[in-house]
Design a protein around this ligand. Structure first.
Ligand SMILES: [Zn+2]
Ligand SMILES: [Zn+2]
Ligand SMILES: [Zn+2]
Length: 721
């Protein structure tokens, strides 16, 4: 076969290329197909058979082709239109063929074997696909905890489907009764749903009228019946919504409810109860075309073309958010992680997730491969991480009690937590890690370290999700907290005693106008739960500061002083949590700290706009959402003052009781040689403070200038609310 100039016979041009990619205009494709290039004929036939209200000749300006990038990707085409219609993306795949019959004249690795779509979850193809998933999970997956008959939750919906395709449904109370049940994960939406409350409880115990059930509930019930399971747990109908005690008691049990469910159905594509799990229309499979008339080019290979499906992404793109509203909801987060098996009803296909595999019907769900995980690592951290492997560092650690651990294989009993990690993009991939350790954070073994790090990844993802009620911020995570507690110890309003200092190192990465600290009490200011916005954690304290023992005397002194002061800090937390769910709502909390504190002044950052030297009317305009701290050291040689930017926890100039004006006095509490909490005093005499931000000083200030940023600090005992 001669080499095709257009498609390179679907091979990478060089082995080093990350993928095969090329683009062309329709006439080029036609020429290449006429010259009898088999691949170009396949591409042309695929486009022609996909024409749907448009034509290749009349509407398409150019075509972009890519393949061989990721394992799950098969040959894909992006078609761009003359007008402003959005691009069409096509995917080619190969049906498994009978090897003996194949003429084998094409052997394209760019076109992968995949499966056809079922088109509808209730179709025989859909049920068969799910049956295979369940079977593999039950027989082969050791960590998926397939309980044949766990105890049923306190309440479930029991049902029987009748001839007319509806079901007789009622709420039943189960007392230590074993049985299989299905759990539902869904978006409530803003419109009122059918709910269990003081008014409906007696009627719903006899029967819930079918027409009163939102479509999502109806679909979930019909689907469960099809699977032969006659109990379903739906939060809205299995918790008495207007009874705070019942709500707290049952929400504390969610870890068990989702963990013991036979299967969790997720109405992933639906933004409210009316959206349903799937469409009512008796749909045929979505349009897929098996290419015909190509025998002379491809022998007996069976190649199919279809519109490429879109999958969820992390961080979520706008499209991903719109297609998968459930994945943006705070409550659904732990439901997904706690469930051993989840079946997602997406717009065009089913997606299966269990502890050992995530697969979709079309076979293109992006895997969180090692390379992908690494891509989340900020570039500037890579060098830092490489440095962590250096043996010489260990010698320097004695002073600050930093211990280096080797990452261990996760033991089976930790699999619950490793599943949490498996769902999350991992920021860390190094095998060595360093933890800043002192009495308040008594992290002493690798398992705890892994769990603490996983917890940070959990919070980073969870904090970016939406909650209708801000007060649910801790309760909607309580199931995961309960599951983590055997490893991480005492739970302190979203933080853990075992990893307390590293848990304090959260920050708002990018302050936006809508990031506020609710005035309604949700959590203490030192907890990430006190702000409504996505947070992230510093991976682990940067230890460059303490490398080596030599160096200029002035910076050696500055460094030693900072280490000594940071080591002096002691923390004790007192948290008042809900009686019925100690991992849920918090009513008050105080952090008692012994440590070094120092005043600094808040500066709203401003910039000079217009005006020139000598022009007294030049304008100064404030830069929104940017703040600095002003350190004043009158007797030092740094100049009159030094300003350092910091991460504010919320929009400080927002009107309300939490507003902090420009030039206000703040305080810094040293918690690591180069990290301070930024505090606002609430009571000078009683030394009571509130956290409003966090600051990390550039290491170079110490290593190059010997700058001791906590020079004026004094040892104190304070409280942070
Ligand atoms: Zn070609
Ligand atoms: Zn499984
Ligand atoms: Zn898919």
């Amino acid at each position: 076969m001669s080499q095709c100039n257009l498609c390179n016979n679907l091979r990478k041009k060089s082995e080093d290329d990350v993928r095969l990619a090329f683009d062309f205009v329709p006439s080029e494709l036609n020429r290449s197909a006429e010259a009898k290039c088999p691949a170009c004929n396949v591409i042309l036939a695929g486009i022609l058979q996909s024409e749907d209200g448009w034509t290749l000749a009349g509407d398409i300006t150019h075509i972009y082709v890519f393949a061989l990038a990721k394992n799950e990707d098969s040959l894909s085409l992006e078609l761009y239109f003359r007008d402003d219609r959005p691009k069409v993306v096509l995917e080619f795949y190969r049906r498994e063929r009978n090897e003996l019959l194949s003429s084998g004249n094409v052997n394209w690795t760019a076109i992968k074997p995949k499966s056809p779509l079922s088109g509808h979850p209730l179709s025989p193809t859909g049920m068969k696909w799910l049956g295979t998933r369940l079977d593999v999970c039950k027989k082969k997956h050791l960590s998926c905890q397939y309980h044949a008959k766990p105890n049923l939750p306190k309440r479930t919906l029991s049902f029987r489907v009748s001839e007319n395709g509806k079901a007789d449904v009622k709420v039943v109370e189960n007392i230590s009764q074993p049985g299989r049940y299905i759990a539902l994960s869904h978006c409530w939406g803003s419109s009122p749903l059918c709910a269990l409350d003081g008014k409906t409880i007696s009627q719903f115990g006899i029967s819930i009228p079918w027409s009163r059930l939102p479509k999502t509930f109806q679909d979930a019930i019909l689907f469960s019946a099809k699977l032969g399971v006659n109990h379903i747990w739906i939060d809205a109908l299995c918790i008495v919504q207007d009874n705070p005690d019942d709500w707290e008691r049952e929400s504390a049990k969610m870890a068990d409810i989702y963990q013991n469910s036979f299967l969790t159905l997720a109405a992933t594509a639906s933004s409210n109860g009316m959206g349903g799990c799937f469409s009512d229309a008796k749909t045929d499979a979505p349009s897929e075309h098996e290419l015909t008339g190509l025998q002379s080019h491809i022998g007996l290979d069976r190649i199919v073309v279809r519109t490429k499906l879109q999958h969820w992404t992390w961080p979520p793109s706008k499209v991903s958010m719109k297609l998968h509203p459930l994945l943006q909801r705070g409550w659904a987060f732990q439901e997904r992680i706690l469930s051993p098996r989840v079946l997602h009803f997406c717009k065009d296909e089913l997606v299966w997730e269990c502890r050992e595999e995530s697969v979709c019907e079309c076979g293109s769900l992006p895997a969180l491969s090692e390379t992908k995980k690494q891509s989340y690592l900020p570039r500037n951290e890579t060098a830092l991480r490489r440095a962590f492997g250096r043996k010489t560092w260990r010698r320097a650690f004695g002073k600050i009690k930093i211990t280096m651990f080797r990452r261990n294989k996760i033991s089976p009993k930790q699999r619950g937590l490793s599943r949490i990690a498996a769902l999350l993009p991992r920021k860390h991939h190094s095998h060595n890690r360093i933890v800043y350790q002192e009495e308040a954070s008594n992290v002493t073994n690798p398992e705890k370290l892994d769990a603490a790090e996983n917890w940070h990844r959990v919070i980073e993802q969870y904090s970016s999700l939406s909650l209708t009620k801000q007060t649910d911020r801790l309760p909607a995570l309580s199931g995961l907290a309960i599951r983590s507690s055997p490893v991480l110890g005492e739970y302190l309003a979203g933080l853990w005693k075992h990893s307390f200092i590293s848990d304090l190192l959260w920050r708002i990465n990018k302050l936006e106008h809508d990031i506020v600290r609710p005035t309604e009490y949700i959590a203490p200011s030192w907890s990430w739960a006190s702000v409504a916005g996505p947070v992230s954690f510093w991976p682990e304290p940067d230890t460059r500061l303490i490398e080596g023992t030599s160096g200029e005397r002035f910076w050696y002194q500055a460094r030693s002083a900072l280490i000594r002061r940071a080591n002096a800090s002691r923390f004790t937390a007192n948290v008042k949590a809900s009686r019925l769910n100690p991992y849920g709502k918090v009513s008050s909390a105080t952090l008692y700290v012994h440590g070094y504190i120092q005043p600094a002044r808040l500066q709203y950052v401003s910039t000079r706009v217009g005006g020139t030297w000598g022009n007294t009317t030049s304008l100064v305009e404030s830069v929104p959402l940017k703040y600095e701290l002003d350190f004043i050291f009158p007797e030092e040689g740094y100049g009159p003052s030094i300003e350092l930017p910091f991460f504010a926890d919320y929009v400080l100039q927002a009107k309300g009781p939490l507003r902090i004006p420009h030039n206000d006095q703040l305080h810094l509490l040293l918690i690591h040689p180069y990290i301070c909490l930024v505090l606002k005093s609430l009571d000078e005499n009683l030394k009571i403070f509130r956290r409003i931000g966090i600051i990390r000083q550039p290491v170079a200030l110490v290593s190059e200038y010997g700058f001791d940023w906590m020079k004026s600090s004094v040892e104190s005992d304070i409280q942070i609310l």
